[in-house]
Design a protein around this ligand. Sequence first.
Ligand code: 3HC
Length: 284
Amino acid sequence: MIVQTIGVVGCGQMGAGIVEVSLLAGYDVIVYGRNEDIRPACQARVRSSLERAVGRGKLAADEAEAALGRLRGVAHLAELAAADLVIECVAEELALKQGIFHSLDSILPPAAILASNTSSLSISQLALATGRPDKVLGMHFFNPVPVMRLLELVRGLHTSDETLAIARKVGAYLGKITITAPDSPGFIVNRLLIPYIVEAIGAYEAGLGEAALVDSAVKLGMGHPLGPLALADLIGLDVTLAIADTLYASSGAPSFKAPPLLRRMVAVGRLGRKSGQGFFEYRR
Ligand code: 3HC
């Protein structure tokens, strides 16, 4: 099966990044956004990222225009019928994702592949919402998608070798290095990353030091590009909390247990970069 058209469900920061790299790889892209505002916002986001790339001399202006010409925003899932591969990137809620997978199963041609960008939910469980569990897998991208090289392919209990091989090929066209991870809580990266962020927030809450100091220690001492608190702000504190809660619920491992401060910040709308305030302040 050759993938020519990629469908993307959800246009948040991950969805928009996946749309962008897919367009640049030459795919036709159909992006589904549930309400009127989201679709133009997604298109504007992709346009502005491509224009930045043009401004920095990384992309020719006509290539950016051609890429945008391959993008179509749609308001109904049924309009994804032409997609060979759909990558879902909506909020980390099992029932929401299962509902989308169930609907897409009856819309897409039998050979089409259904992928989820989930950070924490079980691919095997998502696959059960469809009649094609062998064609379901995780394609877990990293933020910012245009920059981060890794693509984790998550093999559910039913995922076929053929599905994985196709996803691996698409990943290579997207310019990513793919690794295959088991369908276990957090896969590979978040199994390690979330305990690290949770520990950093808990230690900060307990008075380890100012946020800038904690982050500087990690950046200078370990060569990380961002400290753990700025990284949580980049991921989004709501997303970080949702991942931690899901991983804690599915594994019971105390290393995933969200610190009370994270929960309080999310409750008052301090979500990190996207809200302008998290552990640090951001100009919007
Ligand atoms: N889109 C496209 N390009 C971008 C970009 C974006 N959103 N953000 C940064 N870039 C590019 C810049 O154009 C620049 O390119 P150049 O070197 O060719 O000129 C390069 O990236 C570096 O950018 P900046 O100089 O502006 O800024 P930094 O040096 O601070 O880099 C960063 C920004 C790449 C985001 C860096 O801070 C970084 O690598 N951070 C770590 C991010 C990370 O760990 N992500 C994983 C999160 S976990 C996840 O997503 C999984 C989920 O399940 C939780």
